[in-house]
Design a protein around this ligand. Sequence first.
Ligand SMILES: C[S@@+](CC[C@H](N)C(=O)[O-])C[C@H]1O[C@@H](n2cnc3c(N)ncnc32)[C@H](O)[C@@H]1O
Length: 254
Amino acid sequence: MFQKIILCCFIKILRHPSNFASVFAKRQILFFMINKKSHLKVILTEDKSATIYNEDLDETYHSKYGALSESLHIYIKNGLHKCPKQSINILEVGYGTGLNAALTFAEAQSSPKEIYYTGVENCILQPNVLRTFCDSFSPDISKQILSLDRLKWGKEHYLNKWFTLIKLNIDIQYFNTNKNFDIIYFDAFGPDKQPEIWSRDILQKMAEFLNSGGFMVTYCSKGTVKRDLKNAGLKILNLPGPPGKREITLAYKD
Ligand SMILES: C[S@@+](CC[C@H](N)C(=O)[O-])C[C@H]1O[C@@H](n2cnc3c(N)ncnc32)[C@H](O)[C@@H]1O
């Protein structure tokens, strides 16, 4: 019976793709498929943008108080906008949905700044999960995330004069490069859930990746993380956080 209902909904969508009810039905079906087959669920956050909930880790990809607000506040306002350079080398740890990359791409065009963006991710999202996630965003952001998603992993993509992207499907623990970075967006899951990503060795490695004057920015404001970043030779700034979070951390190299 249930399968019949699903089938009817699909037929309805195919016949009337622009009909609101069909779009709504399609969304419900996608939610169902994602929920049934995977440990990942797309959920709405307080600013009406979506995030992904990882059931196994009991952790979301973004803040429940606002995924878009969080990305804009931490990685654009306190990341990209704080870098005075014209040509900027960015590393993102935990590429995930590509939201930070898409927002950075948009900023690069309007500033304009020349950006070389390296995204490291060890678990690539399924296209249906990403499409459902994108449903909650404006058409511009959604289109941008999906077009970056279509780009092949492990290959450098010169998208235009202002933006070059390379997405690497690798665990950050094994990532190495002879490049240095001006900004590191450190957007891994929380230290309570994945302590290995916040280990002294990884944070030391991040410090070594930075150019002088470069910085790492993260939502995490945990004392032990700040202490390890300090021990790795970085200076710490505690900055006001996005909605629902008192402070975020910027760690810079003199
Ligand atoms: C908090 S989510 C943030 C995702 C992303 N920045 C976004 O806006 O969608 C953390 C991301 O880090 C990835 N990740 C977890 N462990 C990792 C590891 N060891 N190496 C690389 N990426 C990792 C996860 O798969 C997830 O996509």
